[in-house]
Design a protein. Structure first.
Length: 448
């Protein structure tokens, strides 16, 4: 099983051919989900005592399983938050897998960690963080938010040991991603949601003023958002930073989707205040053109994260020598060097190409909003924010939206799912693929 022989060579060539063919698809096939019973009938039992052989397993994947997975890099896949990894990043993901790199410690992966840290440095510089800032790539925004808020609570308790027995409390907005509430749940902390769709410093101050003295003593962090997932709204980070400084609270920024906008000069000022945060995240697998899974988690003072997350053990003592161990900055120990594909793409293309690609998505979004405004059957629900358009077809029911979405996918035209805005079912575009053009938007809108 671990031998390199003729069969291995043949399988290697077949897999590489498949990877190259997939990269050459322009656009890739959209594909669609299939019922479990259908997959079972077509693929049968794939894990057996004697094995199927590599070529047969690859055939089942390419012919049956892959077509049952949507291509999130399709230019007309505009649901949720898609992905659009560069060819360089995708190819280097193959290298990462083939290289068997442990990305948790400097001792075992110093070259990979060095490269990852350069990519993190670029992101930290976009946010205006100090030269001493740093962090780690984790699997996604949920892991990033949880790790940052865990560090925040640990620091709060470290600075005042009388609070070690207190159940923590976090303030966030009603538009915050569900992972903030999930982080509070996992941490056994409480969450106060305040404000409207956009959290302001005034909202935070008002929420704090309304807390009982007991609850105020439990408050340790404010979690704001740089680009809400549903609407693309950027919170008032400068005002929130003022409130956090007055109240000595940790400020965390969830920029999983929208943080990529920091790379675009046209909207950079909308993020002012983020440079005063204690931690923030952005998912390169969303709008910074890396493959899944990749979230950049960055701390203003990495020592606070290391105190919270560094794991202790007899066999780990050889690692405690002051070097940069990525395992010390999030709730993990084992990790793949998931930041390397982003680093390779940045090193290949340069940061200016990234700025131009993000700007292209913003331009297409503005054009999409104009087309919706001019469409006889559609109207915008709210002004477009970042790369998101939310719009309605007056008179349609939730069932109408669902039927249209299903038919759009069945016809192989695109994938756009309904969402909710203030209880109303509406439609939403999220445009993060630089290959998504105005004609793609027109093709979808023509079906409405």
């Amino acid at each position: 099983m671990h031998e390199i022989n003729k069969d291995t060579e043949v399988l290697t060539q077949a897999i590489v051919r498949y990877a190259i063919d997939r990269l050459r698809m322009d656009p890739p096939t959209l594909d669609a989900e299939r019922p479990e019973a259908e997959l079972s009938a077509m693929a049968g039992q794939t894990v057996t005592e004697d094995g199927l052989g590599g070529l047969e397993a690859l055939r089942i994947f390419t012919d049956i399983l892959a077509p049952a997975c949507l291509s999130v890099d399709h230019p007309r896949l505009l649901a949720f938050v898609p992905a659009a990894p560069t060819e360089a990043a995708t190819l280097f993901d193959l290298v990462v897998g083939a290289s068997s790199i442990f990305g948790g410690t400097w001792m075992e992966g110093s070259g990979a960690v060095y490269a990852e840290n350069q990519a993190l440095r670029w992101i930290a510089d976009l946010a205006g963080f100090p030269d001493t800032a740093g962090g780690v790539f984790v699997s996604g925004g949920t892991a990033g938010n949880l790790s940052a808020l865990t560090a925040a609570r640990h620091e709060w308790r470290r600075q005042d040991t009388s609070k070690r027995s207190l159940r923590g409390l976090i303030v966030s907005s009603k538009g915050a991603h569900a992972s903030i509430a999930q982080a509070a749940h996992v941490m056994d902390a409480d969450l106060v949601e305040t404000g409207g769709h956009r959290l302001t410093g005034e909202d935070v101050s008002k929420a704090i003023a309304e807390l009982s003295p007991e609850d105020r003593s439990r408050l340790f962090a404010v979690a704001c958002t740089a680009g809400t997932t549903n609407l693309g709204i950027i919170d008032d980070m400068a005002g929130i930073a003022d409130a956090c400084e007055r109240e000595s609270l940790w400020m965390h920024v969830d920029g999983a989707y929208g943080g990529a906008g920091l790379a675009a000069p046209s909207v950079r000022d909308d993020f002012n205040g983020i440079e005063r945060a204690d931690s923030f995240i952005v998912d390169p697998h969303k709008w910074l053109f890396a493959p899944f899974d990749c979230c950049a988690l960055i701390y203003r003072d990495p020592a606070t994260a290391r105190r919270a997350h560094q794991q202790k053990g007899d066999y780990l003592e050889v690692l405690y020598d002051g070097v940069w161990n990525p395992s010390d900055y999030a709730h993990h120990l084992s990790r793949r060097a998931r930041g390397l594909p982003l680093w390779f793409s940045l090193a290949t293309h340069g940061t200016q190409a990234y700025a131009e690609a993000v700007e292209r998505s913003l331009e297409v979004t503005k054009a999409a909003a104009r087309m919706i405004d001019e469409h006889p059957n559609l109207e915008m629900v709210v002004p477009s924010q970042l790369s998101i358009c939310v719009f309605r077809r007056p008179g349609w029911s939730p069932e109408d939206y669902a039927a249209w979405s299903d038919q759009l996918l069945a016809d192989g035209i695109g994938f756009v799912t309904p969402t909710k805005h203030e209880g109303e079912t509406v439609l939403r575009f999220c445009i993060v693929n630089p290959k998504t053009g105005v004609e793609d938007i027109r093709t979808i809108l023509d079906t409405l």
